[in-house]
Design a binder for this molecule. Structure first.
Ligand code: SF4
Length: 354
């Protein structure tokens, strides 16, 4: 895919933190592509791009933009799948053509990271690879298997530790609500998901932990399981309770990031362990709200995301009485128009989040 106006190829996604980055597509799509909760590359085939094509794209990007970027992101889903010497070539060329770039990052799969030797990861770091974004999703193996993640918690620990040891900064992603109301192995999956995920994170101690929240949409294999009734989503309060259990059990020095619009409480972020008490207290305050207040908060937050007024930019906005009353007024109007309209809007908005 070439974005309109750009003389080089760009893939479909990058992490929110890379919104201002130069995007260079080194491979196309995902070599695994089976995760039940992921629609991004479904219906596409994984392709390796010839190295000379990638280098040519870097040259074209340099001629087109000039040395204006401070950060760069190498696409698509698992750049580590490239031969190490080829990826070194790509990163070195990018660093040469864009001397102003201070950070080069990429997505990778934990299984692939575990297959690279420590020496190979060090070569990539020396060439200029600053950070890898890896989807842990869950540390609970039965859930990883249910979601067809194609990786075990042991492999994430192995691959994650190698990345950290190589000097490359590591960001591990966790999906809140991933287990929904499943009872895998007869127990409450959400609980095992939170506890086992904390265990894996404690063993790896990544630089960043990023949370996103499960949102089921058409195009995800999980959507069929939702329609058949096999999978049931958890409520916002259940997701927050799960996040609370996760954070309570973390013994890391990572920065906890909640920068995704799917998350119920984006205010729950900070440096661990210093900010842990504040993060837990925000969740506690949320869980003390009535169900009606929780709907009010979520709807007001989504109003902000979709550019409607009045809205809440944060949980502290919700605690301001005047702002809460303004959102309540909108909800009452919606309910007068059609009973149940506010909850329907909440579901519709949630499905539109990306
Ligand atoms: S979550 Fe990652 S590994 Fe899984 S299918 Fe999506 S892009 Fe591929």
């Amino acid at each position: 895919m070439t974005l309109i106006g750009l003389p080089y190829e760009v893939g479909p996604i990058r992490p929110p933190s890379e919104a201002a980055s130069l995007l260079i597509r080194a491979t196309r799509n995902c070599p695994w592509n089976k995760c039940q909760f992921c629609p991004t590359y479904k219906g596409t085939r994984f392709e390796r791009r010839p190295v000379e094509d990638i280098l040519r794209d870097i040259d074209r990007a340099a001629e087109y933009h000039g040395d204006v970027f401070q950060t760069a992101f190498i696409q698509d889903a698992n750049s580590l799948v490239m031969k190490t010497d080829e990826l070194v070539k790509v990163i070195s060329h990018l660093r040469t053509r864009f001397p102003g770039v201070r950070r080069v990052t990429s997505y990778a799969r934990a299984r692939t990271a575990a297959r690279k030797s420590l020496d190979e990861l060090r070569q990539l770091h020396q060439a200029g690879l600053s950070r890898l974004h890896i989807g842990l999703e869950s540390g609970y193996d039965p859930l990883l298997e249910y979601m067809q993640k194609g990786v075990t918690s042991d492999l994430v620990v192995e691959g994650g530790r190698s990345v950290v040891e190589s000097g490359i900064s590591l960001c591990l992603y966790v999906v809140l609500g991933l287990g929904g109301r499943l009872r895998l192995e007869g127990g409450e999956t959400w609980r095992s998901h939170a506890l086992q995920t904390a265990q894996v994170l404690n063993q790896v101690n990544p630089d960043y932990i990023r949370v996103r929240t499960l949102t089921i949409k058409q195009g995800m294999p999980l959507h069929d399981r939702l329609l058949s009734g096999e999978f049931e989503e958890s409520s916002d309060a259940e997701k927050v309770r799960e996040e609370q259990l996760l954070i309570r059990n973390l013994e890391v020095t990572s920065y906890f990031v909640s920068d995704h619009s799917t998350n119920v409480l984006m205010d729950v972020r900070g440096q661990l362990p210093e900010d842990k008490a504040t993060m837990l207290s925000i969740m506690e305050q949320y869980l003390e709200l009535t169900e009606e207040e929780q709907v009010n908060f979520r709807l007001g937050t989504l109003f902000s995301y979709f550019g409607y007024e009045p809205n809440y930019g944060s949980f502290s906005d919700f605690l301001v009485r005047a702002r809460r009353e303004a959102v309540t007024g909108v909800i009452e109007n919606l309910e007068q128009e059609q009973p149940g309209r506010s909850r329907q809007l909440l579901t519709d908005f949630s499905r539109m989040l990306i």
